[in-house]
Ligand binder design. Structure first.
Ligand SMILES: [Mn+2]
Length: 255
């Protein structure tokens, strides 16, 4: 989803939404006011848990925001394909979602890659170029064992990370990803984005600070370089909008 030749002054990656429309509006206003001419990229997960899923989706579409497909958005698209399957849960969204919203969702990529950064909803595996990453990993990756079998959060919360020898996907990158990776999907903390730094000078930044769980909506904001061939990472900062309330109770201990 490259936006032609448009030159921006900043890039902002905004974390997972889950229907948190008021906080999303506040964040977009904050970015537009303080950092005009910003390329905004969402880690998405518009769907489930929150109070105004379709409002967030419409806002993203109307503002022509770029976004990567989240697992919850993917689930809705999957449901759309075969509407008669067991769950009527998505029916309420479907009765109100516009064709434009569906077209917007269907056009979302699994990742967005700029000169010196990658935005993905969940994670990536090491040693593979982005074009060869598994879409399922890009939307779902979290903890696995050493054989890369997924371990659910439920199991981790029950038995403990150490006991299960569970490793977060970033722990497999060892020397680091080829470019900085900004991701959502996993709430490491409801206060602060989670930064993992690597030997090669790159980093992974987990930007989902659980707004729907009463945490924050966070955005990573970084200026582009004057020559416009990347970003000035020494000037990276985080913008935060506190959730107005707890919209959904988390089943998991945030760690
Ligand atoms: Mn997710």
């Amino acid at each position: 989803m490259e936006m032609g030749n448009k030159r921006y002054d900043y890039t902002a990656v905004v974390g997972d939404l889950h229907g948190s429309k008021i906080e999303m509006c506040e964040m977009i206003d904050l970015i537009n006011l303080r950092f005009p001419n910003t390329q905004i990229i969402l880690t998405s997960d518009f769907f489930d848990r929150g109070y105004d899923v379709l409002g967030c989706l419409a806002l993203a579409r109307e503002n022509k925001l770029e976004a990567v497909l989240g697992n919850h958005d993917y689930r809705f698209l999957k449901w759309l394909k075969n509407r008669d399957i067991n769950t009527s849960y998505y029916q309420s969204y479907y009765s109100e979602v516009s064709d434009d919203d569906i077209a917007y969702l269907r056009a979302l990529p699994y990742y967005i890659e700029l000169e010196d950064l990658i935005v993905v909803h969940a994670g990536i595996k090491p040693g593979l170029p982005m074009t060869r990453q598994d879409p399922h990993d890009m939307m779902y990756l979290r903890y696995t064992d050493n054989n890369r079998r997924s371990i659910s959060l439920k199991k981790i919360n029950k038995m403990g990370k150490t006991e299960l020898n569970a490793k977060f996907w970033t722990e497999f990158l060892e020397n680091g990803p080829p470019k900085n990776v900004i991701y959502g999907h996993h709430v490491h903390s409801t206060e602060e984005p989670f930064i993992t730094k690597f030997k090669n000078g790159t980093m992974c930044v987990g930007i989902d600070t659980g707004v729907v769980f009463g945490g924050m909506l966070s955005a990573l904001l970084v200026p582009r370089t004057i020559t416009n061939n990347g970003h000035d990472w020494s000037r990276m900062e985080f913008l935060k909008v506190k959730a107005k309330q707890v919209y959904h109770q988390s089943d998991f201990v945030v760690r």
